[in-house]
Ligand binder design. Structure first.
Ligand code: PGA
Length: 232
């Protein structure tokens, strides 16, 4: 079971240090779930033992004139080997198109990163029905090597992200079923995963884990989620 937390642009360094310490000591000598945290870049060099840290975004170059971006050399220096690519906020707020996502994917795959590749449809597409959803999600696989050994796919319907309204169990089941027919890699669900719904979501056969945003910002909440996952 994979539990991943995306902090986005939340928490300052002292908050994150405290969070990491609490989580790291909680996980000590516990049966290992696969826990990944994607914090802000300034926390990527924190030393922890019992979970993995990843970067929320990076540019596909070793180093160079890429103002505002973090690149491979810095990630290597921090020992970071996990990356989110294609998160809907990157696509929709920062205008990353499919070509850019595929370029980043290709670059970081060649470097052997564990790539958490995010896909998800808008509400407009959701309202057009399952066929439209599947067609759209397929476009988000363009240029992506679905056979890549270190690939994890995260299905995150855009309308469910940060809204408090998760997709319904039936909707997740249906879409994950479709995605499983396309890609034989771990498949996470993301979008308003919370304490109240995580058990039911993880209980779906086609769900191999979750990617959590807001509900993971509080460490005790996230630990409760890990405990629920352990019981699933
Ligand atoms: P959310 O975010 O849990 O706050 O909906 C999920 C995500 O964007 O990965």
């Amino acid at each position: 079971m994979i539990l991943a937390a995306n902090f986005k642009s939340n928490l300052v360094l002292s908050d994150i240090r405290e969070y990491f310490e609490t989580l790291d000591s909680y996980l000590f000598e516990k049966p290992k779930e696969d826990i990944y945290i994607f914090p802000s870049n300034f926390a990527l060099q924190e030393k922890i033992k019992n979970f993995s840290i990843g970067v929320q975004n990076a540019y596909c170059a070793l180093n160079g004139a890429f103002t505002g971006e973090i690149t491979l050399e810095a990630l290597r220096d921090f020992g970071i080997k996990n990356i989110l690519i294609g998160h809907s906020e990157r696509r929709n707020i920062f205008g990353e198109n499919q070509k850019m996502c595929a370029k980043k994917f290709d670059f970081f795959a060649k470097e052997g990163f564990n790539i958490f590749y995010c896909i998800g449809e808008s509400l407009e597409i959701r309202q057009q029905g399952q066929e439209a959803i599947e067609k759209f999600l397929s476009t988000q696989f363009e240029g992506i090597d679905l056979e890549y050994a270190n690939l994890v796919v995260a299905y995150e319907p855009v309308w469910a992200i940060g809204t408090g309204v998760s997709a319904k169990i039936e909707e997740i089941k249906q879409t994950h079923n479709f995605l499983k027919s396309k890609v034989d890699r771990p498949l996470l669900y993301g979008g308003s995963v919370q304490l109240q719904n995580i058990k039911e979501i993880l209980g779906i056969d086609e769900v191999d884990g979750v990617l959590v945003g807001s509900a993971a910002l509080d460490v005790s909440n996230f630990i409760k989620m890990i405990e629920i996952a352990r019981g699933c």
